[in-house]
Design a binder for this molecule. Structure first.
Ligand SMILES: *Cc1c(COP(=O)(O)O)cnc(C)c1O
Length: 504
């Protein structure tokens, strides 16, 4: 932080100083039980290099001070529990608290991951039931819950595709076709498996993937095509059946990036669009926590062709008992310790069962309705990147506002969304998808009320007017947040991550 920023922090009441500043020798918050190991034993049990010479430098505060500190810090953050969070592609929807309740049942959380199957039938049943429900929802034959995120699901999907072509003696299939609208994890996952990524451009086809174009890229080198549908601009691929047919005719496989499943769950099943494998982001569609570094869960679902290659073990059911099926000779192996992040599975299952089939079907309809409502209400104020019915998200740009002030460099998407923070909203996703210049990608999700959507519309309209009348309000925004506009280049290029070096 610069000297100037440090000063403004110290003058701001709401900002919280580090907990080390509150430390006072001898204060304590909890008493810990006696350790059952004598100090002399520690010396003999641990290699010399690992034995502490000094006490750790921990803050010494009372319990009340610690609680207040962290609650205050949490209140400096915008979160889904405090406000609208229209982050496109991320599906920041409300997680019903009942998911926490069942995810945290002590019978689940206290279960040792090495408990033998005959003593953990309940937990195995939970995993098995979720596998079955996800297979049912997506139309696929089998599911693995091991991957810890969507990105790892992609990697697992590509590993299975690779294993399939090796098994069938088609090692010449080294190319994976990915549209330029895809999430960056798609080409990364394909490349990590040793595939060559072939980019498919969508700029001349209104953001959609054209079957014609795909056909021109297909060859006997094609291993797979990775698609997101609806795509990252919120548009449903209109030629999807022709595309999946053409890829199969050319001997390739279809990978479905399931990050946007929230838009179609209960309406259409990815397997029926002609896909062979997909991942599901449970934190986007099935209400497990989002962000904060996990733990996450990104199940993969496959059809019969890829089933033998699924990670091992799979939870199976036989003669009234659930067990870990490990006898899978073609499996790509284990991709996560134990069987994945179990608590996330408990949450997802709770969510799916609480909604039921009809609830899930209604959910995606509401998500799509909310997005189209916002889009129609804002179309006169902002330039709409794709003027057509959208699914669960849509893309605006700041072109109109830039044109009003060609002399102002900073009259752009970044400034506009920073001003949204002053109105109490989290900014939408910006500068993504990369194919749209100055993109603002807005996803309201199904969980927001009409009143919230109307307040967001009002704020966006007010901002459009401010861009015209009082541009300085926009250029210097945000004005009401604990930290105002920071120098992002310096923050990225020369980060100062040490509180004490900046403040002492
Ligand atoms: C979020 C997202 C991913 C990556 O999923 P993670 O669970 O964040 O790893 C992949 N593709 C798209 C389109 C996404 O939105």
């Amino acid at each position: 932080m610069s000297a100037q920023q440090t000063q403004s922090i110290e003058h701001t009441d709401v900002l919280e100083r580090s907990i080390f500043h509150k430390s006072s020798p001898g204060r304590w918050g909890v008493t810990l039980p006696e350790v059952g190991v004598a100090e002399s034993d520690v010396q003999t049990l641990l290699p010399e290099a690992f034995v502490r010479k000094q006490s750790p430098r921990l803050p010494e505060v009372s319990q009340l001070e610690a609680v207040r500190h962290f609650v205050r810090l949490s209140q400096l953050n915008h979160c889904i529990d405090t406000g609208f969070y229209p982050l496109g592609s991320c599906t920041m929807k409300y997680n019903p608290k009942v998911c926490d309740l069942y995810g945290q049942l002590q019978g689940f959380t206290n279960l040792h991951p090495k408990t033998p199957a005959h003593l953990s039938q309940g937990s195995l049943k939970l995993v098995y039931t979720l596998q079955q429900l996800l297979a049912d929802i997506t139309g696929f034959d089998q599911v693995s819950l091991q991957p810890a995120a969507g990105a790892q699901g992609e990697l697992v999907g590509m590993m299975m595709i690779k294993a399939y072509f090796e098994k069938t003696g088609q090692t010449q299939r080294t190319e994976v076709i990915i549209p330029d609208s895809a999430h960056g994890t798609n080409p990364a996952s394909a490349a990590m498996c040793g595939f060559k990524v072939v980019e498919l451009r969508t700029s001349q086809t209104g953001g959609l993937v054209s079957a014609e174009k795909i056909k021109s890229l297909l060859s006997d080198k094609t291993a797979a095509v990775m698609l997101t549908n609806p795509n990252t601009a919120g548009l449903f691929e209109t030629e999807i059946l022709e595309i999946t047919q053409a890829v199969h005719d050319a001997g390739g496989l279809m990978y479905y990036d399931g990050a946007n499943l929230n838009a179609v769950v209960g309406q259409v099943r990815p397997a029926e669009m002609g896909f062979d494998v997909m991942h599901i982001n449970t934190h986007k569609t099935f209400a497990t926590p989002h962000g904060g570094g996990g733990p996450g869960s990104g199940p993969v679902a496959v059809n019969k062709i890829l089933e033998p290659f699924l990670p091992t073990p799979i939870v199976a059911f036989d003669d009234d008992r659930y067990y870990l099926q490990t006898d899978r000779p073609d499996s790509i192996g284990r991709v996560k310790v134990f069987n994945g992040n179990f608590e996330m599975m408990a949450r997802s299952l709770t969510y799916i069962l609480a909604y039921g089939a009809e609830g899930l079907e209604q959910l995606s309809k509401d998500a799509v309705l909310n997005a189209n409502y916002l889009k129609e209400k804002l179309r006169d104020d902002y330039h709409l990147a794709y003027d057509r019915v959208c699914k669960h998200e849509f893309v605006l740009t700041s072109h109109k506002q830039k044109e009003q002030h060609p002399e102002l460099n900073q009259m752009n998407t970044m400034s506009i969304v920073k001003r949204l923070m002053d109105y109490g909203f989290h900014p939408p996703t910006v500068y993504f998808p990369l194919i749209v210049h100055e993109a603002m990608m807005i996803e309201p999700t199904e969980t927001e009320s009409k009143e919230t959507l109307d307040r967001f519309i009002e704020a966006m309209k007010t901002i459009a007017k401010e861009c015209q009348d009082t541009p300085e309000m926009i250029l210097n925004a945000p004005h009401t947040t604990p930290i105002q506009r920071v120098d992002e280049t310096t923050a990225a290029r020369n980060p100062d991550l040490n509180y004490f070096s900046a403040n002492n």
